[in-house]
Design a protein around this ligand. Structure first.
Ligand code: FM0
Length: 330
């Protein structure tokens, strides 16, 4: 009863920001992302009769505490679905540089969901897998699919209609994402805590939620027609709106550092000089920049020279979940 799966992380162009049900991880709004080929997790899960508890190795190191709890709570869901009471050995390798500011939880939970459900003998459809993955970490449900994916928030109280659907496959459009890594770090408000505080206290949250359907309509049209400027402009505006909600929270907070703002301004200057580039930022200080292949050199060079930037990591549009034979475990 062993299986190994690989899942890539994703970057949201229309952000998931706010839950309507914390236990089931049900969002207040639809979101839309690009799956990225550069950053992924590979996870193997083996259910064994002789185990008396779950075990979790991350990058060859045994994990305990809160991170372990999230994994074992997730495995409980898988055991419930399968009607089996076996414990598991989980080994995960992250090719997601934490410094790049990507939530490894997206690729991590997608790979865990795929490997554990296969290992325990569940034969889930992609929709069922996405619904299961969502309960590990919301944004992870979009990583089941490659290319462009939308997480439909759903209406049902039990979450049965809350999962991701594919919008366009990996090969639809070669757009690129540069992850700009900053040298200074800050004490992080986790995305979980940040969105909770925003939902509970920010008067801007209502406006955020109300603005989503229109943003989604525009971006889907842009993706369909490969209209880079349309997609980039709406992604950047959506990101700014999300971050504006945190300034309205009580107590107020922001994920931005001074270098975050420098990178944002540099991207806007690139546009003024005729190079279409747009930024988006998740629940952290690092910036992701969208650009077209023909501008890769210029964009990379420009971003690297910004004071306070320590690295720039490039990525293309990536694929969805894949299952690996053990000998291919990387
Ligand atoms: O990815 O509480 O999935 O749409 O990255 O585990 O459900 O870590 F910018 C923030 C990620 C949210 C936007 O939230 O939260 C996005 C964010 P969980 P996640």
């Amino acid at each position: 009863m062993k299986a190994t799966a690989k899942a890539h992380t994703n970057i949201a162009l229309i952000k998931y920001w706010g839950k309507r049900n914390e236990a089931l991880i049900l969002p207040t709004n639809n979101s839309l992302s690009i799956t990225l080929d550069g950053f992924y997790s590979t996870t193997s899960v083996e259910f064994k009769e002789e185990l008396t508890g779950d075990r979790f190795l991350l990058d060859d190191i045994a994990v305990e505490g809160e991170q372990f709890q999230r994994v074992t709570t997730f495995l409980d869901l898988v055991r419930d679905l399968a009607g089996k009471e076996l414990f598991a050995e989980v080994a995960s390798i992250n090719a997601v540089p934490t410094a790049a500011g990507f939530a490894s939880s997206a690729s991590g939970f997608a790979a865990l969901a795929a490997a554990s459900s296969k290992a325990i003998g569940l034969n889930l459809s992609e929709t069922e897998l996405s619904r299961l993955t969502r309960q590990g970490s919301g944004s992870a449900c979009r990583s089941v699919f490659g290319g462009f994916a939308e997480w439909q928030k759903g209406e049902e109280e039990d979450g049965s209609d809350s999962y991701a659907v594919p919008i366009a496959p990996q090969e639809h459009w070669d757009i690129r994402v540069a992850a700009v890594v900053l040298s200074s770090k800050m004490k992080k408000v986790s995305s979980r805590a940040g969105m909770r505080r925003t939902v509970e206290t920010s008067p801007f949250f209502k406006g955020w939620v109300e603005s989503i359907p229109q943003d989604l309509e525009v971006i889907k049209d842009g993706i369909n027609n490969k209209d880079f400027e349309k997609v980039g402009a709406i992604a950047e505006a959506n990101c700014l709106k999300m971050h504006a909600t945190t300034l309205g929270a009580n107590p107020p907070f922001t994920y931005w550092l001074d270098t975050t703002v420098s990178v944002m301004q540099t991207v806007q200057q690139l546009r003024d000089s005729g190079i279409p580039a747009y930024f988006t930022i998740d629940a952290g200080p690092n910036v992701k920049v969208l650009y077209l292949p023909e501008h890769e050199e210029k964009v990379q060079e420009t971003l690297r020279t910004i004071p306070g930037v320590s690295d720039v990591k490039l990525s293309r549009v990536g694929q969805g979940i894949s299952y690996l034979e053990d000998e291919k475990f990387v």
